[in-house]
Structure formats: structure tokens, C-alpha cells
Design a protein around this ligand. Sequence first.
Ligand SMILES: [Zn+2]
Length: 217
Amino acid sequence: MKLHLNLTVETENSPSPPPSPRPISASPTEHIPATNNWLKRGLTTSTVILTFLILFPPTNLWLKSTPVAKILQGKPPTYTGKIVFPLKGLNAQTAKVTDVPNSPRPLGCKANCRMHAGTDYGYTGDILSVLDGTISEVKPDSPVGGIVGVESGKYTIRYVHLNRDSVRKWKIGQPVQAGELLGIVRETFAGSSGAHPHIELYENGKLSDIRQLIGGI
Ligand SMILES: [Zn+2]
């Protein structure tokens, strides 16, 4: 408390001194170079910052604010392109579905079942891309035959049990059009369940049924 009072007294008794008068420059010639130095320093700093921004532009910030970036970073909410039935020469009415998603594997199992993810068709022949899209998966040598995946906005479609050599031509990132030949299911396929196409549809990463797109449910 004593200290506080002392301090108060000191403050009251010792008003802050008036600001000391600005020292007058000895001569105008001494003052001008000082201003020039300050300006030069400011200009140099600006130049460095500008050069840095030009060399290392804040790409992410600029991309986020442009429509192009929206297309690149976000998937289109809906697919508005063409839809083609994947089995050449057939349609939802004439194609024979032999198995559906979510059925247990092995067939008739009671325990430790796996889930069947695709729709199977009784068919051999050309397999066409259902949608326009981009190749997102190429596995010619998978244990279940050739696999090609196509991503189309929120949809990803996997075409499985294709002839291995028929899918080797594809590369990840290649564009594909609806109706384009993706691969072939040949009679010679050595899979345990015989030659047939197995097609999986994922919508926003969630397993769906290709028949939601091409009909037949
Ligand atoms: Zn299957």
C-alpha cells in the first residue's frame, strides 16, 4: 500500500515532461538523405514481397476462388451424360441377371459369409462403359480376372471378370465415353463361377446396384 501511495504521489508531483522539442536538423542537406533512405528501404521491402509473391504465388488461395478450382476440387453433384447398357446388344429387359449385390458368398453359406458386391449377368461378349468418366482402376492380373474401374462424378463403376488382355490398354486417368468398349468377357474365363460379367456401382463411395442406373430392378 505504501508503495502504491508513494507511486501516486510521485506521479502527481512529477507530471510527465513535455515532449522534447524535435531536434532541428543541422541543415536541410542532412535531412533529405534520411528520407531517401527510408523511401529506399520501403521500396526494397515492397520489391522483395512482390518478387516473392510472383515466384511463389499463393496457388491454393487463388484456386479456391476460381470456378476452375471448383470443378477440379469438387465432384459434380449429378451425372448428366449419356447412360449405356453395358452388355452389347442387350438391354434391361433382355439381359439375364444371375446374382445381385448383398447376396452372401459362398452361395448358400450360413456363417462367415462374404458379401457379393456386384450384379452378375449371364453373358459373354463386349462390355461397354455405362457412363462417361475417367479410368480409376486397372487390374489385368487380379485373382478374379481383369478389372476396370470408371469414375463418373459421384459414381464409380467396377467391371470385373473381364479378359485380362482386353483391359491392359487402359491407364489410370484416361477419359472414357459411355458406350466405349472397356473389355471382353470370354467363354474361356477360368473363374470358379464361370464366365460372366460382375458389375459394381458405388454412389459417393457407398455400394449401390448398377441396375439403379441401367434398369432391370
Ligand atoms: Zn459377381
